[in-house]
Every structure is written in structure tokens, then in C-alpha cells.
Design a protein. Structure first.
Length: 305
């Protein structure tokens, strides 16, 4: 009831019109690649025997999360690069904040689940099918979604209790994120800032540490495998590690710090909202022979039809 702001003005990625036109074409291409690349992964897995493998089962959900996660911010960013009116309603801003943290945190937990899957497959291959049963895989995906929902619910409740009195309602970002919104509140945000650092930054850091420990255990366990098995496992794990570094590095930089904003924040945010979802299809398919073979079969069936 104390809020006097009904809409926010997104400052966007750049104010330079020439740079904005170049970015429009670039990010439009990126977003199209995200949609079609991840849809191709989902279709390939869902229409082949790969769906019976836990690794590809999780990968299909990761691709779905990548599509929805990037869709929260990318279309608005692309639109705002060519228009003067970059306003977003208060409700729309809160929805964007909720969706970004929901799908972002869900992806964090899914990456942990995928690391656990690889750890079990390599460290306990004889018990893999019993440990990673279809029921367990479904529960792990559900838990990832519930974890993301709880995290985003905490974020949105922290922001909704803040008064935004105006007249300064300009969000220095290309989407509604929590730090730029805290800067606009006409109240003391220290306690909320600490809560954000704990709920977002610390979660990212702890998950990254757990992932690092998991992959260290995998690398240690590979010493007992044959050279061929070791090479195949390294190819798979290297793809996962690449995604983890691209996603967690920027997240830790943005959220595990006091609520200050830097000019580089927008560029860093592009990595985990657009670049990583775009690169995931290439990372998980170019070095994966099973995916390439399944894609060839899907293409052959499509041509025949």
C-alpha cells in the first residue's frame, strides 16, 4: 500500500542507438538459437531410446528450463533495443523477478542432479540402474523445481515488502533483478541485502563447491577405468564442467556481494541469461556421439515423412 510506483523504466543494455541495432540483431540470433537448439535436444531425446537414460532424461529438462529461463528476459531485451519506451508494469516487473529466480535456481539444482548422476555412473557403475531408477530421476527433477520455487518465493516476498515511492523508477538493468530494485527502495535495505546474499549468492557458491567435489571424486575414480572408458567419461564430464563454469561464475559474481551495482553487471548477466542457454545445445551435442546419432535418425525420419 505504500508503493507509489505503478511501473518501472528499464535502462536497457545500452543507450547508444547504433550499438543497440547491432545488439538487436545479435541477441535475436542468440534467442532463435536458444529456442531451436534446445527444442531439437528435447525432440531428439523424447523420440529416441535416450529417454530411458537418466543423463539424457535430465538433459531434456535442462533444455526446457533453458528455453523458459531465457524467455523471461530475452524477448523484452530484444524489444527494448529498438524502442524508446522501455517501461514495464510493477506486476510485470515482479513476475519477471520471480520467473528469473525460479528457473535460474531450478537450473542450478538440475546441474547438481546431473553431476550426481555422472558421479554414480562412474563411481558405482554396478549399482547405477538401481540407484538412478525412473522414480528417483522423476523425484530429483521435482525436487529441483520445488527448490527453485521456494527460493524465488523468498526473493519476491523480500522485494514486495519494500516501499517504492518514486519519482525515480528507473531500473539500471535490462530486466528486473533484485539488486537494481533494492537501489530504488525508499527504505533501509541492509537486512534484505544480507538475506539476498545468503539466499542467492551463498546457494550458488555452495552448489558450485558441491559440484567441484563431485567432479573431483569422478576424476579420482577414473584412474581405475580402462583408457577407452576414461576418455568417454572425460568427454561427458568436460561438457558438464563447461556449463557449470559459464553459469555459476557470473551468478556468484552478481549475487555473492553487497547490494551494489556495477556497469559490468549487465554484461555479466548476459552470460547466465542468454549465452549459457544458447551454448548448452552445442556443448551437449557436438562431443556426444549418442546425441549426434539420434539426431541423424530424427532427421532421416522427418525427411521420409
Amino acid at each position: 500500500n505504500t508503493n507509489k510506483v505503478t511501473e518501472f523504466i528499464l535502462h536497457g543494455l545500452t543507450q547508444d542507438k547504433t550499438v543497440a541495432k547491432v545488439c538487436f540483431l545479435l541477441f535475436l540470433l542468440f534467442y532463435i538459437t536458444i529456442i531451436f537448439g534446445n527444442l531439437l535436444i528435447i525432440m531428439t531425446i523424447r523420440t529416441s531410446d535416450l529417454m530411458n537414460s537418466p543423463m539424457y532424461f535430465f538433459l531434456s529438462y535442462l533444455s526446457f528450463v533453458d528455453i523458459t529461463y531465457s524467455t523471461i528476459s530475452a524477448p523484452k531485451l530484444i524489444h527494448d533495443l529498438l524502442v524508446e519506451d522501455r517501461t514495464i508494469s510493477f506486476v510485470g516487473c515482479m513476475a519477471q523477478l520471480f520467473g528469473t529466480h525460479f528457473f535460474g535456481c531450478t537450473e542450478v539444482f538440475l546441474l547438481m542432479v546431473m553431476a550426481y548422476d555422472r558421479c554414480v555412473a562412474i563411481c558405482k557403475p554396478l549399482h547405477y540402474t538401481s540407484i538412478m531408477s525412473p522414480r528417483v530421476c522423476g523425484c530429483l527433477v521435482a525436487v529441483s523445481g520445488v527448490g527453485g520455487f521456494v527460493h524465488s518465493l523468498v526473493q519476491i516476498l523480500l522485494v514486495l515488502q519494500l516501499p517504492f515511492c518514486g519519482p525515480n523508477n528507473g531500473v539500471d538493468h535490462y530486466f528486473c533483478d533484485i539488486h537494481p530494485l533494492l537501489a530504488l527502495a525508499c527504505a533501509d535495505t541492509y537486512t534484505i541485502s544480507v538475506s539476498v546474499a545468503i539466499s542467492s549468492g551463498l546457494i550458488s557458491l555452495c552448489c558450485f563447491v558441491v559440484l567441484a567435489v563431485s567432479y573431483t571424486a569422478i576424476l579420482v575414480s577414473l584412474r581405475t577405468h580402462s583408457p577407452e572408458g576414461r576418455l568417454k567419461a572425460l568427454y561427458t564430464c568436460s561438457s558438464h564442467i563447461t556449463v557449470v563454469m559459464l553459469f555459476f561464475g557470473p551468478c556468484i559474481f552478481i549475487y555473492l556481494r553487497p547490494p551494489t551495482t556495477f556497469p559490468a553487471d549487465k554484461v555479466v548477466s548476459v552470460f547466465y541469461t542468454i549465452i549459457t542457454p544458447m551454448l548448452n545445445p552445442f556443448i551437449y551435442t557436438l562431443r556426444n556421439q549418442d546425441m549426434k546419432n539420434s539426431m541423424k535418425k530424427l532427421w532421416s525420419r522427418t525427411v521420409k515423412r
